[in-house]
Design a protein around this ligand. Structure first.
Ligand code: F6P
Length: 254
């Protein structure tokens, strides 16, 4: 805390929280675009919040991405997280295995000494297949767990970066450009006013399902993500935003 006051980060945290309408903003020093240890610091801050806010037996839904992978890496056991069940928020979104939500929830569970469940669904699903898959008992039960999650933890990315990382087809890329998508979270793309302009078709958590009883934690940093984070928060301000100085400065400068 003393360190934060010296560098003015706690002033910035309250400014950022009121600017974005989030209940709480946590800013770690540095810019994760430049140094990868900054992502780990965001991970550490996120784990601390989880340990404060979770209770035994809770369910936590986690998204994918390198930032969430850093959260998983920083996890360690304690009374509040060691009986928690970790579940992936949504099915495959075209990411590499290492940063898929399935992998991240299992790593988090292993490090927390908790439990996990996997959601095995292919990235590209026809409407027909999706409709029959959600009726499978194992999947149905997992979808029920995901909806019950006490806490949802997710990242935010730049629309263009995410579309490229997922090898999105040319037609969708064009449409994202036309609709001026700037942000991506949970497989949804947003324009700068926070409107959804495209959604990937996969099962699991749908943004409409998020209720006010759930604690939604967003973990995203790096100056390059400033516009994306601001846009996403216009759609739905989170309960907790964990970010870094690089992103926070850029968001406040605008
Ligand atoms: O694809 C999963 C996801 O959580 C996206 O919703 C998000 O935009 C992205 O990963 C964030 O990835 P990273 O933390 O690597 O920037």
């Amino acid at each position: 805390e003393v360190m934060k006051d010296v560098s003015g980060l706690s002033d910035m945290e309250s400014q950022l929280a009121s600017e974005l309408n989030v209940q709480q903003a946590i800013i770690v020093s540095g810019n994760s675009d430049r140094y990868s240890w900054v992502k780990k610091e965001m991970g550490r801050a996120c784990v601390r919040q989880m340990k404060e806010q979770l209770e035994p037996q809770d369910v936590v839904a986690v998204a994918g991405g390198t930032t969430l992978a850093a959260v998983a890496e920083m996890m360690s056991p304690d009374d509040n997280v060691s009986s928690v069940s970790f579940v992936p928020a949504r099915g495959g979104l075209g990411e590499k295995v290492e940063i898929q939500s399935n992998t991240i929830s299992s790593t988090m569970a292993q490090k927390a000494h908790g439990n996990y469940r996997l959601l095995h669904v292919p990235d590209q699903l026809s409407d027909e297949t999706r409709e029959s898959l959600v009726l499978e008992p194992g999947i149905k039960e997992l979808l029920h767990l995901i909806r019950q999650a006490k806490m949802v933890i997710h990242g935010v990315g730049e629309a263009e970066t995410m579309a490229a990382r997922r090898k999105t087809k040319a037609e969708t890329l064009e449409s994202l450009k036309d609709k001026q998508a700037v942000a991506e979270a949970f497989g949804y793309y947003f324009d700068r006013t926070g409107c959804i302009v495209h959604k990937e078709n996969t099962i699991g958590l749908q943004l409409d399902d998020l209720s006010s009883n759930q604690v939604v934690m967003t973990v995203a940093g790096g100056a390059s993500k400033a516009e994306a984070i601001t846009a996403y928060m216009k759609y739905r301000p989170s309960d907790v935003l964990i970010t870094d100085e690089g992103a926070a400065q850029a968001m406040l400068r605008k």
